[in-house]
Design a protein around this ligand. Sequence first.
Ligand code: ADP
Ligand code: MG
Length: 249
Amino acid sequence: MTQVLEIAGLVKTFGGLMATDHVSLTVNAGEIHALIGPNGAGKSTLINQICGELAPNAGQIHLAGRDITRLPPAERVALGLGRTFQITSLLDDMTVRENLGLAVQAREGGNFRIFDRAAKRAEVWDEVAASLDASALGPRADVPVADLAHGEKKQLELMMALAQRPRLLLLDEPMAGLGHVESQQMIEALRAVRKDCAILLVEHDMEAVFALADRISVLVYGQIIAAGTADEIRANPAVREAYLGEEDS
Ligand code: ADP
Ligand code: MG
């Protein structure tokens, strides 16, 4: 099986706090790997080291076989690391279609040679139209982003991240703030993504995690205390005590 992401012995300290305590995990091609754990467990700290926003104290991160541990964020993106644009980076006055067009152009580098510029532009808009047609946002293509519901903005963020054609997508709580129907739509959208790109999913919504994850790793106080399939994680006594148990009480 092809490993898209391999993290080995990663350590990140903040003063005396070990926020990432020798974490190792892998994400395989075609896989959704969920990372769960209580608040403050170190999930976002881990994601930020994979993106390159935080430098680890020790350990390695490989993306598709390349050591990216010390690479700046933009070089990681060029090697196929995707993450969602934040809602704040959407351009409110522009339509869904126009925002998506910008994301596709960003992938193409924007510097088309003069003589094939018109042809390239047409390709960009064809690609945008095709991805909109295949998505729940299709009927909203020409609506300004300012008029979208929160869940629609989250869908657009996902589509803009996918426009980069990443091999691995990092998602930090994509269900946050979504209602039930919007969550179901996001679950469907993520299911459809899996065949094109692997996902490392940080998520509190356990219904979504159990619906989507091929494997789950459980992070508590910076350490992976368990990893396995959804059934294995549900049945794991240490996980129930440290984490899932708190959901019942
Ligand atoms: P999670 O995303 O699982 O809720 P975080 O990764 O945000 O957890 O935080 C893990 C721990 O690291 C927490 O104790 C948090 O207070 C601490 N922490 C996170 N970022 C910083 C920072 N920039 N400086 C100091 N401490 C931090
Ligand atoms: Mg977090």
